[in-house]
Design a protein around this ligand. Structure first.
Ligand SMILES: NC(=O)c1ccc[n+]([C@@H]2O[C@H](COP(=O)([O-])OP(=O)(O)OC[C@H]3O[C@@H](n4cnc5c(N)ncnc54)[C@H](OP(=O)(O)O)[C@@H]3O)[C@@H](O)[C@H]2O)c1
Length: 240
């Protein structure tokens, strides 16, 4: 039985991945602070901890034998938007701590758990292709994940561990339910899980979807900045 550890497995994309991998016969270690949603999933062991709590993370990781996992999928994440007239440094720190600093803790304690030939996946975002309004913290954290994944690809290559960076577009989850702006090509968690699992099965370095959104983001990013700013100003909510 293959063994996968997923952070952020208690909701949204991670919960669907946990269900789908368990249904495919994997032994799943599902992590999150609120693990009730994982209670009825067969082949799943739930770990309840906050990823920003280094000690709690280490305690959970210590229960897993070294070199025993086939995959670690670091998916836990959060989003808080900034109001530029009242930039909130604490909010910025919360997002960076959860989406980036905690990933460093996860790497510290979970990389030794990977078997030779195993896989590591990091959930980034399609937002790295075009800076979004009010997404200073979220976008910065995901841009850092983009770089981190590429560095890890180089350093883990010699250990025969492949690294995938997942760049979802808009997926219908509790996280995006809070968004006040239009989300083109919004996907279901089932669709997102299918794309992610297919990409991981093929050991793709980047798993980005859906392509029409990626194309739009890239095309807009290639426009001169003054055109991008004009376009942004025409958006009804101030969001792109
Ligand atoms: N939905 C989208 O459109 C979209 C697009 C691009 C990228 N993403 C990324 O995909 C990932 C999953 O997002 P989602 O949309 O599925 O969001 P979600 O439904 O809100 O799920 C977020 C998951 O992260 C966990 N989490 C958050 N903060 C945590 C913390 N401090 N400690 C432990 N676990 C924590 C949550 O678990 P608990 O609350 O139980 O702790 C939950 O399982 C995130 O990295 C997000 O940035 C999402």
């Amino acid at each position: 039985m293959k063994r996968i550890l997923i952070t952020g497995a208690t909701s949204g994309i991670g919960l669907q991945l946990a269900k789908d991998y368990a249904a495919d016969g994997w032994q799943v270690f599902g992590c999150g602070r609120r693990t009730e949603a994982l209670a009825d999933i067969a082949n799943l062991t739930a770990f309840s901890f906050d990823v920003t709590d280094k000690q709690a993370l280490q305690t959970a990781a210590d229960t897993i034998a070294d070199a025993s996992l086939d995959m670690v999928l670091l998916n836990a994440g959060t989003c808080e938007y900034q109001q530029i007239d009242q930039f909130d440094g604490d909010s910025f720190a919360r997002v960076i701590n959860t989406n980036l600093i905690a990933v460093g803790y996860c790497l510290q304690f979970l990389l030794p758990k990977l078997k030779p030939g195993a896989q590591l996946a990091l959930t980034g975002s399609a937002v790295v292709h075009l800076p979004f309004s009010q997404a200073e913290a979220y976008g910065a954290s995901k841009a850092a994940i983009h770089y981190l994944a590429q560095s890890l690809q180089r350093d883990l290559h010699s250990k025969n561990i492949s690294v995938s960076e997942i760049q979802p577009g808009f997926v219908d989850t509790p996280l995006t339910a809070r968004n006040q702006f239009a989300m083109p090509w919004l996907m279901t968690v089932e669709q997102a899980s299918q794309r992610i699992r297919a990409g991981i099965a093929n050991r793709k370095a980047v798993i980005a979807f859906p392509w029409p959104l990626l194309l739009l983001l890239k095309l807009v990013s290639w426009l001169p900045l003054r055109w991008q700013l004009k376009l942004l100003a025409t958006q009804p909510t101030g969001e792109l």
